[in-house]
Ligand binder design. Structure first.
Ligand SMILES: C[S@@+](CC[C@H](N)C(=O)[O-])C[C@H]1O[C@@H](n2cnc3c(N)ncnc32)[C@H](O)[C@@H]1O
Length: 240
């Protein structure tokens, strides 16, 4: 088992609670924009690293026929128990149990930062994409990863504390409203993702730096309307 799967196997219970509490983490402030960015469809969609299934459930709402994959069995079981998809397969992103050219849409939502070998995962994703398919990727914005807000004020300065270049492991625990979630993964510059996409034969067709939808003037997500927390991409297979 790779370091990524080992971490998520230990953290599965915490993630299910964290991700399932409505409005609890950043996902909910971006959900509407994600739905608009992906758009409705009726084709075959694959989610890699589905966790407990909230993105797969959104893809179903948008009309897709969804296959949810996830290497951590406890998370996949939670996704299935919540009726998140039409089909479920236990698999890491770099060994997908599907024929070539099986899907119209592949979604990797906040997963690539957690994966040991991103180029291998993108090559494998490219293999299962139909020639007309779209890959949608969300990552924590590489810039957001290398610093923090100096304090809790809405206008607090963002302080860069780490070098931007290079691939660095990160590990930390986020605590909010009585829940704790341990995170572990790798931070790397945008160029590393672009190089891995290019090597896999995938061309970027859209790029978004989404801003959160705020629920009130006191919404703690307001600071992320000043700087991007996430980076969203769409990519299409290049003809071989
Ligand atoms: C931050 S969670 C995101 C889950 C889900 N996509 C969401 O947005 O709610 C990251 C997920 O990536 C999964 N993961 C870790 N290593 C992976 C790998 N090698 N291949 C596919 N998924 C992996 C984890 O098990 C976890 O479910």
């Amino acid at each position: 088992m790779n370091a990524d799967e080992a971490h998520w196997t230990k953290a599965a219970g915490a993630w299910i609670e964290w991700a399932r509490r409505p409005g609890h983490d950043a996902f909910w402030a971006y959900r509407g924009r994600l739905a608009a960015f992906v758009g409705p469809g009726s084709g075959a969609a694959l989610e890699v690293g589905c966790g407990e299934g909230r993105v797969s459930r959104l893809l179903q709402e948008l009309g897709f026929r969804v296959t949810a994959t996830e290497p951590v069995k406890a998370l996949l079981a939670a996704a299935e128990e919540a009726g998140s998809a039409h089909d479920y397969r236990a698999a890491p992103a770099d060994a997908l149990p599907f024929e070539d050219a099986s899907f119209d849409l592949v979604v990797a939502y906040n997963v690539l930062m957690d994966i040991v070998d991103v180029p291998a995962a993108l090559r494998e994703i490219r293999r299962v994409m139909r020639p007309s398919a779209t890959l949608m990727i969300s990552i924590v914005h590489p810039f957001a990863d290398i610093g923090h807000f100096a304090d809790d004020a809405a206008e607090a300065p963002f302080v860069i504390t780490e070098p931007y270049f290079g691939r660095k492991a990160f590990a930390g625990t986020e605590a909010r409203d009585g829940l704790e979630m341990p995170f572990f993964g790798w931070s790397q510059p945008l160029e590393a993702y672009a190089a891995a996409l290019e090597a896999a034969g995938l061309a970027v067709t859209s790029l978004r730096e989404p801003v959160p939808e705020l629920r009130s003037d006191a919404d703690p997500m307001a600071r992320w309307t000043r700087l991007p927390l996430f980076l969203w991409l769409k990519a299409r297979p290049l003809a071989r």
